[in-house]
Design a protein around this ligand. Structure first.
Ligand SMILES: NC(=O)c1ccc[n+]([C@@H]2O[C@H](COP(=O)([O-])OP(=O)(O)OC[C@H]3O[C@@H](n4cnc5c(N)ncnc54)[C@H](O)[C@@H]3O)[C@@H](O)[C@H]2O)c1
Ligand SMILES: O=C(O)C(=O)C[C@@H](O)[C@H](O)[C@H](O)COP(=O)(O)O
Ligand SMILES: [Zn+2]
Length: 362
């Protein structure tokens, strides 16, 4: 088992990564000084696979579990779904020390975290991420949110979990498409912060696609360490944290413009990272050979590097103008200068962005 500690003063916590952790969920919660009633938020897919194990673990430790299953899908990461959870929490008399436990991927985690941040102005929140993407990214760092129909994660908060329990065993039941989507965010860490990790990914990608245990453990822990470092430096994204948004300016536009149903988040980010690499080359910031390495690794992971043709450049630009990184109307991108280092670039000319987007249609 590996522990990654994220040092945020009073909001510090540990991320535990290893096998056999889900059956020990109750033990981990017991030391957090909570009241016994737990709201376990999951979805029908994860609930049928792991809900019973989580309930047994919590029950054995003396907790009373109220299980809430939200429908599966990004389109349900919404205020309407959150409202249903508020109703349940109120009806079942959850108090200020009743924990909300998210058992699922990033959709469950972001939504449950948003409810935990806002119900009674904040109750304890625990992340039990069950997708690769959630273990390497969404369960860590405290961004919780729901989507607006037109904009991704538009309604949200910074609200740190008290604990993250990443059990690698649960990744065995993931659909291969979800493994690939998770790898997009893993590749992101190599590009933004760690050239050696990027090279390791080039050399070990097939082991990860095959869910080889040692490779997975390394990739999850390395990713969490990078994310922890960035979040410790800039918890509420006043500046540098935005590097974690590499590939997301276009990625979020693709998700929102397709009604949150066409792309997995990781697939949209993969397309956005390929476009950002091309944009950095067009701006003379990033060597063409390095862009080719980034795009090639994304392709090898079975992820898209081209935009679905029916989305127009105009619609994409309009959506990207509403990105959260935009200040005073200036389009903002996270762009690589070398593998392992990115810069936050404001005022990228729209004409150049439009030209690069054209290169991204298949
Ligand atoms: N808060 C953050 O910092 C952050 C970071 C990255 C992504 N996100 C958000 O995370 C979301 C994407 O998360 P995701 O990729 O995990 O998608 P997801 O939550 O939709 O899960 C993907 C699919 O896998 C299924 N699933 C989950 N665990 C499983 C398991 N162990 N076995 C079998 N099936 C399983 C789910 O039911 C779902 O169908 C997006 O909303 C994105 O915006 C947030
Ligand atoms: O933790 C962060 O910071 C990130 O940007 C991680 C991203 O992978 C994630 O998709 C996040 O939810 C995007 O945040 P947003 O502020 O652009 O909505
Ligand atoms: Zn992301």
């Amino acid at each position: 088992m590996q522990e990654v500690y994220i040092d945020l003063g009073a909001r510090s916590y540990s991320i535990y990564i290893g096998t056999g952790l889900l059956p020990r969920l109750g033990e981990y919660l017991k030391v957090l000084k909570l009241t016994p009633r737990v709201l376990l938020v999951t979805n029908p897919v994860v609930g049928s696979l792991y809900g019973a194990a989580a309930e047994t673990a919590l029950g054995d430790a003396g907790f009373e579990v109220i299980r809430a299953e939200i429908p599966d899908g990004e389109e349900y990461k919404s205020l309407a779904t959150a409202e249903k959870l508020y109703d349940l929490a109120y009806t079942r008399e959850l108090d200020r020390r009743s924990p909300v436990v998210a058992l699922g991927g990033g959709v469950v985690g972001d939504l449950a975290g948003f409810v935990a941040a806002t119900y009674l102005r904040g109750v304890p929140f625990i992340q039990v991420p069950t997708t690769l993407l959630a273990q390497v990214d969404s369960s860590v760092g405290g961004k919780v949110a729901v989507n607006h129909p037109r904009g991704k994660n538009i309604i949200g908060a910074f609200y740190q979990p008290r604990l993250v329990l990443a059990d690698l065993d649960v990744l065995k039941t993931l659909d291969p498409r979800e493994v690939r989507a998770g790898l997009a965010e893993v590749i992101k860490y190599g590009v933004i912060a760690d050239q050696a990790f990027f090279t390791w990914l080039e050399e070990n990608l097939e082991r990860l696609l095959a869910l080889e245990a040692r490779a997975l453990a390394h990739a999850v822990a390395a990713s969490c360490r990078i994310k922890a470092r960035v979040v410790q430096e800039d918890e509420t994204e006043q500046g540098r944290r935005a590097i974690l948004n590499f590939g997301h300016t276009l990625g979020h536009a693709l998700e929102a413009l397709t009604g949150y149903t066409a792309y997995r988040h990781g697939e949209a980010v993969a397309t956005g990272m390929a476009a950002a690499a091309r944009l950095a080359v067009a701006l003379g910031m990033f060597p063409e050979g390095d862009a080719a390495r980034v795009i090639n690794l994304i392709r090898r992971a079975g992820l898209p590097v081209e935009i679905t043709p029916e989305l127009s450049t105009g619609d994409l630009l309009a959506s990207m103008r509403r990105d959260k990184k935009v200040l005073a109307g200036r389009l903002t991108f996270v762009l690589p200068v070398e593998i392992g280092r990115v810069e936050i670039v404001r005022d990228v000319p729209e004409e150049t962005v439009g030209r690069v987007l054209h290169l991204c249609y298949n």
